[in-house]
Design a protein around this ligand. Structure first.
Ligand SMILES: Cc1cc2nc3c(=O)[nH]c(=O)nc-3n(C[C@H](O)[C@H](O)[C@H](O)COP(=O)(O)OP(=O)(O)OC[C@H]3O[C@@H](n4cnc5c(N)ncnc54)[C@H](O)[C@@H]3O)c2cc1C
Length: 420
């Protein structure tokens, strides 16, 4: 650590997309910023398909050039395969918005996260890898810093005006405060791995995300083409069905589901699995508080919806950006209240809520997007805007009244408030 008395304006815990974005921007504002990342080296992470809506944050961070120069496959579209195996027409984002921001990327997370961490470092943040934060320290209900195990094994208390929890699903602060609540209607599990050599479409479809239902509709697969002939493949289903009440190893379960998805079998026929299946479960949750005196949550440390629309990294970047602006004003005014540090909640939540409602619609067995759009063609634009991640630029809320007549949508979040 370089600061002599270990005092910083901002300590960011976690070097994923949310943490790196917050740290890059607070450092860019000129605030002394320390980012602590547990992993000593870049490592495997799931969450590889980006949404076009990430563009504006990349632009602000100044990383568009790096992304354009990378060998991450370009993602122009998403395509859905029904239970019969029939494919929808690919949905090309540029048809909605003919601008370069409509082409996004499929990223190898170890490289992508490192790119964003390097950017935070270049903007002036002090970045420390191999430092695991044990706890956020509170005195008189105010976060005062963190207790961290440094790379040499020693434990230190580091002091800051603002602590940003960007620890992803570890959700350090909300677990400690008991504010983390699971989404009872979205209890899902997932089994996934990388493969080499799967069949790809050609031309601009080569980097498309494919979402494929199994024949009995009890689960769905993602197929995300990555660089160097690598492809990320995973299956998602109800937690009880896919994992909890199921016999067999993750590999066996994956193969049983694969046997029920002919188009996915065809794509994986020539492919080699690169590592044993990984499992993630019960990933839909959020904290009932987004901030408090001296602390604020960003990205998955606040909440995660579901992987179906690839919205996780988008929301991580967006929340990191909004939180950084709030922190800047907090430091300028000397106001470290929860209300100030979480003042972006009201702007952020409607976008997250729109995506959450569309997730609920997807998992309603009696609901079909085709039937819904036939009855309500004026809602197509709203759905396209949500799939593109344009929920902060466009009003998409008008689709939920007619949609609510065809499926049960969650209540708006009046019970989720910023602590004052
Ligand atoms: C099955 C599945 C599939 C998904 N697919 C997609 C997808 O296709 N597209 C998409 O956009 N999103 C996807 N996501 C979501 C995406 O992975 C996350 O939303 C995204 O990574 C959140 O970024 P983050 O920065 O908040 O957290 P993370 O990326 O998880 O980063 C948190 C960081 O904090 C570090 N950390 C944790 N605890 C500590 C500690 N105590 N001290 C120091 N460091 C710590 C971790 O090492 C990690 O680097 C998927 C999620 C799941 C479960």
């Amino acid at each position: 650590m370089t600061a002599s008395n270990y005092e910083y304006d901002v300590i960011v815990v976690g070097g994923g997309p949310a943490g790196s974005t917050t740290a890059a921007l607070t450092a860019d504002y000129g605030h002394s910023t320390l980012l602590l990342e547990r992993d000593r080296e870049p490592s495997f992470k799931i969450g590889e398909s980006l949404m076009p809506g990430t563009y504006s944050t990349f632009e602000r961070l100044g990383v568009l050039g790096n992304l354009k120069a990378s060998n991450f496959p370009r993602k122009h579209s998403v395509q859905f395969f029904g239970a019969s195996g029939r494919a929808s027409v690919p949905f090309y984002f540029s048809e909605n918005n003919p601008h370069e921001s409509s082409v996004t990327w499929q990223v190898l997370r170890s490289e992508f996260d490192e790119m964003l961490l390097d950017n935070a470092r270049e903007k002036g943040a002090e970045v420390r890898r191999g430092v695991s934060v044990r706890e956020v320290c509170f005195s008189d209900n105010k976060a005062s810093g963190v207790k961290a195990r440094l790379s040499d094994g020693s434990v230190r208390e580091l002091v800051a005006k603002v602590v940003v929890d960007a620890t992803g699903m570890s959700a350090l602060v909300s677990r400690k405060l008991g504010t983390k609540a699971m989404e009872p209607n979205l209890r899902k599990g997932s089994i996934f791995a990388h493969f080499e050599g799967g069949v790809r479409d050609e031309g601009i479809d080569e980097g498309a995300t494919l979402i494929l239902s199994t024949s009995d509709r009890s689960a769905w697969f993602w197929y995300i083409p990555l660089q160097d002939k690598r492809v990320s493949v995973g299956v998602v289903g109800d937690l009880d069905y896919l994992i909890q009440d199921r016999e067999g190893t993750p590999q066996e379960i994956f193969e049983e589901e694969l046997a029920k998805c002919a188009p996915m079998q065809e794509r994986l026929a020539p492919a080699t699995q690169l590592f044993p299946m990984k499992v993630t479960r019960d990933f839909s949750y959020r904290s009932s508080e987004i901030s408090g005196e001296g602390w604020v949550l960003v990205g998955d440390a606040f909440g995660f919806l579901d992987p179906i629309y690839s919205s996780g990294v988008f929301l991580a970047l967006k929340s990191g950006e909004m939180a950084a602006d709030a922190i800047h004003v907090a430091i300028e005014r000397g106001d470290f209240s929860g209300a100030q540090l979480g003042c972006w909640f009201e702007e952020f939540m409607p976008g997250m809520e729109a995506m959450r409602k569309l997730v609920y619609a997807f998992y309603t067995s009696t609901f079909s997007f085709a039937t819904f759009l036939k009855a309500n063609p004026e809602c197509l634009q709203g759905i396209i805007d949500i799939l593109s991640g344009l929920v902060y630029e466009k009003d998409v809320t008008y689709i939920f009244e007619p949609m609510g007549k065809m499926c049960d949508l969650p209540e708006d979040v009046d019970s989720y408030t910023v602590s004052l």
